[in-house]
Design a protein around this ligand. Sequence first.
Ligand code: ZN
Length: 242
Amino acid sequence: MSINKLREILKASQNIIFFGGAGVSTESGIPDFRSENGLYKASNGEGYPPETILSHSFYAAHTKDFYRFYKEKMIYQEAKPSAGHLALVKLEAMGKLKAVITQNIDGLHQVAGSKKVYELHGSVHRNHCTKCHQFYDLDFVMANEGVPKCTHCGGTIKPDVVLYEEGLDDETINGAVAAIMEADALIIGGTSLVVQPAASLIHYFRGKHLVLINKSSTPYDNKADLVIHEAIGKILSEAVDF
Ligand code: ZN
């Protein structure tokens, strides 16, 4: 029933934007770090919650511990795109989906084949020397014991991942906002919409159909034209079958 309605919306829309959260990647076996319970023990013997470790001040003060957590808990190089990722590629190839906006940093939309992707929180696949801005890929970062250093100048390499206390990239957020403002359908999936800027982005949508697909309810369920409380991959792959 809901699938049919979603399919009708997809058929009728010509400028669809997908906005996705951690739920899109959990189906690829990448856990949401926010659901990690307990504290992570740093080398000073103290335990820290993931949100603290993934903050700019922690990165600056305890770079080695940051990287230990980051490499152990945030990187899943074996992960493959899920059914949800692939359905979005198909929808883009049809000319209907104009962009994917994601909070995920794993780069799986691009691996799947999506062309237009706004990565609000950056990507683990882009890393730069903080001194000379030389680019490094994820393999280089992972191959380094401890803190990865620039082979040109010895500077510390930092992932292009937006940490807590850091602002989003202006160009990325402006592009995402512009895409949402032009959309006739906005599909939001795999996010409970409690993490900013997810919630605030919805306010830019002026199109016809707002669709929310998430296992649990969100604060915006009553504002959507269609709400589906199921796994995003199953729903998208069934709906994008026309
Ligand atoms: Zn350098």
